[in-house]
Design a protein around this ligand. Structure first.
Ligand code: SF4
Length: 163
């Protein structure tokens, strides 16, 4: 008989012990799927528990706020900021940074790229004024950005051979 507390570490250890019992059942009775099902069920419970507890932690530390997205503009209730209880750690309240804005290039159509309205190659600046070495917009800056990925891995049209 097992006697456990209800702290997180107790519950995780208990679930791991049950998962191990399921594994041993599966190992000792290879034809039976009950062990596998038991182990998977317990692991799912552990993942669910971690999701629920970490979600509660996020909601305690942060609150939802309007957020400005580069190339798109402000989307209501689309971002997070520190909750009032953690305002002492908020750089926006500790330092004078609230007036900082980012100038977007007039050539850049990153908003349309990010919304899936155009492909990066449909931007007139793609591969001309805008390359990974001199990016005009966020999607060309990091390697996983849509424009940078298109630039690196696009399939080029075969050259036209004239006789
Ligand atoms: S290719 Fe460059 S300029 Fe065009 S949308 Fe992408 S990041 Fe902006």
């Amino acid at each position: 008989m097992l006697i456990f507390g209800f702290r997180l570490i107790n519950i995780v250890i208990y679930l791991l012990l049950v998962a191990r019992a399921g594994y041993r059942l599966m190992r000792d009775k290879p034809g039976s799927r009950y062990g596998l099902k038991l182990a998977l069920a317990v692991l799912s419970l552990i993942a669910l528990y971690i999701n629920v507890t970490s979600g509660a932690l996020v909601r305690e530390v942060f609150e939802v706020t309007d957020r400005a997205w580069r190339g798109i503009g402000t989307i209501p209730q689309s971002g997070w900021r520190l909750s009032p209880a953690y305002a002492d750690f908020d750089a926006e309240t500790r330092f004078d940074v609230t007036g900082i804005t980012t100038e977007e290039s007039g050539l850049c159509r990153s908003g349309e790229v990010l919304q899936g309205l155009i492909r990066p190659v449909e931007c007139e600046a793609f591969g001309r004024e805008c390359t990974p070495r001199s990016p005009l917009g966020a999607p060309m800056v990091s390697s996983e950005g849509a424009c940078a990925a298109y630039y690196q891995f696009r399939r080029l049209e075969p050259p036209v051979v004239t006789a």
